[in-house]
Design a protein around this ligand. Structure first.
Ligand code: ZN
Length: 301
């Protein structure tokens, strides 16, 4: 098993996008600064989609203009079309991420087209990103289940991944957007992917809706994922799954990995301080378990 894994902080985008409170731009930048001080080196910083549809992300350009620029920090912008790539590149993103939803119904609700059309869009986006000299990665969402169609066949997910791989992504991620996955499913999907596309780095994205998120992250690590998404404080949800709770919390994941001897480069103490700060800024109790319990042993904090 790997003794090292990269944690990608998605609180700024996937997290804040689902919060009813819109965090002011300066607060978002302050959050990014705190996360970097805590050791985070890759962040999903904003999304470059229609601001009318996602008002929480309307300040994407302003956020990117205010973040610290460091050679060792990668800022990712979420895009869904060519226009988004142009905006993300102009704003100074180091990497763009695109999402393809594994089921047609969910993809239509999310992007207005069936899955296949989003695969085609991704191929165009990937080519545009390459021409602009930025890394491009793709996430296959609802890879473990769909809120509208129910079960999503593994063969369908693998087939989408195989077609998406033609865009030569730097990484393919699988997201359990509505929090239904269990570890056995994760092991199987990641295992099959490693056989099918051995050269491609894999990332995993889990939500804790049914309390399996952290177990799924562990399964993905054991099955060869090189990176795991997590959200500070466990903020976020899913607009298409009303009961969906947040992403797995960065501090909870850090606790699990650190105590298991898996290196991430993050500081649990600094993450907890950041999370407490965010809790105050948002004015609500955040779902991370470590915020309630603290770390262990006390002397380590
Ligand atoms: Zn998510």
């Amino acid at each position: 098993m790997a003794r090292k894994i990269e944690i990608v902080e998605v609180g700024l985008r996937d997290g804040l996008q689902s919060e009813s409170i819109v965090l002011p731009t300066e607060q978002k930048i302050a959050l990014i600064e705190r996360l970097i001080a805590a050791g985070v080196r890759r962040l999903e910083a904003a999304s470059f989609v229609n601001p009318k549809k996602v008002p929480q992300m309307a300040d994407a350009e302003a956020v990117l203009a205010g973040v610290p620029r460091r050679a060792d920090v990668t800022y990712t912008g979420l895009v869904l079309n060519r226009r988004g790539v142009e905006r993300a590149v102009a704003a100074g993103c180091d990497e763009i991420g695109m999402v393809i939803v594994a089921s047609d119904t969910f993809n239509r609700r999310n992007q207005g087209v069936p899955t296949q059309e989003s695969v085609d869009n991704w191929l165009e986006i990937a080519a545009a990103a390459r021409r602009s000299g930025v890394r491009a990665q793709v996430t296959i969402a609802a890879a473990f289940g769909c809120p509208f169609e129910g079960e999503v066949p593994l063969t369908r997910v693998l087939d989408i991944a195989q077609r998406a791989a033609e865009g030569e992504p730097c990484e393919i991620a699988f997201a359990d957007s509505i929090g239904v996955a269990v570890p056995a499913q994760v092991s199987e999907l990641f295992g099959r992917m490693r056989e099918l596309l051995p050269g491609i780095a894999l990332r995993a994205h889990f939500h804790n809706t049914r309390n399996t998120g952290i177990a799924n992250a562990w399964a993905a690590l054991q099955a060869g994922a090189a990176a795991l998404d997590a959200s500070i404080g466990g903020i976020g949800g899913c607009p298409f799954a009303p009961a969906a709770t947040g992403n797995i919390a960065t501090e909870d994941l850090q606790y699990l990995l650190e105590r298991s001897g898996v290196e991430t480069g993050l500081s649990l103490r600094a993450l907890l301080q950041t999370s407490e700060w965010l809790q105050e800024s948002l004015g609500k109790t955040l779902p991370a378990m470590l915020l309630k319990s603290g770390g262990f042993p006390r002397s380590s904090l």
